[in-house]
Design a protein around this ligand. Structure first.
Ligand SMILES: [Zn+2]
Length: 252
């Protein structure tokens, strides 16, 4: 049996990019460890580590064995970069070598066989995703992990998802049509020919959907993606599986 470490930037990335794969690996007897770079909190000094608790709940749904927070704060996706909270740095302000050393320690400790992470574009250019990719590549080098799989966004899935959500979302509630088009253009799609691993996780759609629901602040909060999250959590599991049951990776 192998040990698979999933390193992503924020709580919820593990579900959105690799939830089916992680649930399937755990169900097939492999050890699955979730590492998040940031706690996903954007405010100046959040009182409770809410999103880390949600990540632990998501890990239980996916049957992951361990959750590790590398200790950084969310850098956000807006133009403005907030000041650092008193006790930790925003992830993009942390030196790559320092973050890579922290991740490499976990990789060694876990005798990691496979590291799963963001792709070089961070799916849609989020600076924490891009940085997580850089940190993952360096940490794999430091810890001698040979197999690194980058989560790919293949053209079919997001387009199907956007079509569906266009039906489910009332216009203007989540994204205005012009914003939706811009968001679509911003996504860096990976051509299918570059995909090295296409994972069918449709049998684990219920676990992936439950893990997504565990990120309650993202689903029921006021964030930009909350409408889409609510639609995904509420839809029949069979439909969820058809939309998000398959995942793609490019081995580096
Ligand atoms: Zn993220």
């Amino acid at each position: 049996m192998a040990t698979l470490v999933a390193f992503f930037a924020h709580p919820d990335d593990e579900v959105l990019h690799a939830g089916g794969t992680l649930a399937r690996a755990a169900a097939e007897g492999h050890r699955v460890v979730l590492v998040t770079a940031t706690d996903g909190e954007l405010g100046p000094a959040p009182e409770t580590p809410l999103r880390l608790d949600e990540l632990r709940a998501a890990a239980r749904e996916l049957r992951a064995s361990r959750v590790v927070h590398l200790g950084y704060a969310d850098s956000g996706h807006g133009r403005e970069l907030y000041p650092d909270p008193p006790d930790r740095a925003r992830f993009v302000r942390a030196p790559v070598e320092e973050a890579a050393a922290r991740l490499a320690a976990v990789l060694r400790d876990e005798h990691t066989d496979v590291l799963v992470t963001h792709d070089a574009d961070g799916a849609y250019g989020h600076r924490d995703h891009v940085r997580a990719h850089e940190v993952a590549v360096r940490a794999a080098e430091l810890a001698g992990v040979r197999r690194v799989l980058a989560a790919a966004v293949v053209r079919t899935a997001p387009i199907r998802l956007l079509r569906l959500t266009a039906l489910l979302w009332r216009p203007g509630v989540v994204l205005r049509p012009d914003e939706r088009r811009t968001a679509l253009l911003r996504v860096a799609f990976t051509p299918r020919a570059r995909v090295t691993h296409a994972i069918d996780g449709r049998r684990y759609a219920a676990r992936k959907q439950a893990a997504l629901a565990a990120h309650g602040s993202q689903v029921w909060g006021t964030g930009r993606s909350a409408g889409a999250f609510r639609a995904l959590v509420r839809m029949p599991t069979a439909l969820f599986g058809r939309l998000l049951g398959r995942e793609w990776f490019v081995e580096l």
